[in-house]
Ligand binder design. Structure first.
Ligand code: UDP
Ligand code: MG
Length: 322
């Protein structure tokens, strides 16, 4: 009996990439057909304002293995990937950028690493990056170094768009906010530890322009802080805020006790004394107690929020084909 063909889902988030799409589709189709894969191509139009959606619809006329979704507005790459992961039905799920910077020829080897070498996820590494040095390469090196330190995952390149996943992996991670930069981390958190890396060729952008401005660096650093926080305290916000609150509260409590004891002692022995409200320590103690209570509240709210809130995708789909 012939073995069932391996099915791939190629998930492609895109924002205003009309010029690249036909070329990307033809290239993908060539590689996937040559390698005998069964496949679907999922285009997620993240609110393009150019002709991207029309181009996708006309590509669908020629190729029904395309499935495409159009967001009402631009929700960001993470949300587009979220929908792609939800819809993907393949055994192996590939994500790639639409701008022809990721080379489809890398796909068969990445798939092989997953099916034959037991990896849960393969992330690509743009070893010789074809992007402007100061605008991208340097910030990205610093960012990746920090991400490695924080996450403990030794990847050279966290942000590369070309990645391959075993199906269970994408069905078990929840991508939210702008977390597409940290998917390897989410994967590790979900309990999949075989995360591999494949050096790939990288091409300069052919059409259009990058959709991420220079604020990406600042955002990246903020995301990294969130990441650190999540890693340490996401399960139990109370551990962080509760202990801060406890420390503050104790400082305040001890200070107030000392002030009041001194006062009581002096009154008892008829020693002349100031009003407690004239002492700076009184206000420091008061502030510490108030801060302590605030931290506690933050901890409680965090815990409540975690219990109530099931994070799901945050987008509206206005049109789809396939
Ligand atoms: N993209 C998207 N939504 C956005 C920004 C980007 O779907 O809000 C897509 C974009 O069209 C491309 C991929 O994400 O397919 C990577 O974006 P880009 O090439 O601009 O990033 P860079 O390669 O410069 O890091
Ligand atoms: Mg790009």
């Amino acid at each position: 009996m012939e073995k069932r063909k391996l099915k791939l889902s190629i998930v492609i988030p895109l924002l205003n990439e009309a010029e690249s799409l036909p070329e990307l589709h033809a290239w993908l189709k060539k590689v996937l057909d040559e390698n005998g894969f069964d496949y679907e191509i999922l285009f997620i139009d993240d609110g393009s304002t150019d002709a991207s959606w029309e181009v996708i619809k006309s590509l669908y006329e020629q190729d029904q293995r395309i499935r495409a979704f159009r967001f009402r507005r631009n929700y960001g790459k993470s949300q587009a990937l979220h929908l792609g992961f939800k819809e993907a039905s393949g055994d192996v799920v590939i994500t790639m950028d639409a701008d022809l910077q990721d080379n489809p020829e890398e796909i068969p080897e990445m798939v092989r690493m997953i099916t034959d070498e037991g990896y849960d996820m393969i992330s690509c590494w743009k070893k010789h990056r074809k992007d402007p040095v100061l605008k991208k390469n340097l910030p990205s090196k610093v960012f990746n170094w920090a991400a490695r330190k924080v996450s403990g995952i030794y990847l050279h390149d966290f942000n590369c768009g070309l990645k391959a996943y075993r199906k269970e992996v994408v069905k078990n991670i929840r991508l939210y906010g702008e977390m597409h930069r940290f998917i390897p981390f989410l994967v590790k958190q979900a309990g999949f530890s075989e995360i591999g890396e494949k050096p790939v060729k990288h091409q300069a952008r052919k059409y259009g322009y990058t959709k991420f401005g220079s604020d990406r660096f600042v955002k990246g650093v903020l995301d990294l802080i969130t990441l650190w926080f999540l890693m340490k305290f996401s399960r139990r916000p109370m551990y962080l805020f509760g202990s801060l609150g406890l420390i503050m509260f104790l400082i305040g409590f001890v200070a107030v006790s000392v002030i009041l004891s001194i006062k009581a002692y002096k009154l008892y022995h008829n020693i002349p004394t100031h009003l407690v409200t004239d002492r700076p320590w009184f206000y420091i103690a008061l502030t510490a107690i108030i801060l302590g209570v605030q931290f506690f509240l933050a901890g409680f709210l965090g815990e409540l929020f975690l219990q109530q809130h099931k994070r799901d995708g945050d987008y509206a789909v206005v049109d789809r084909v396939g």
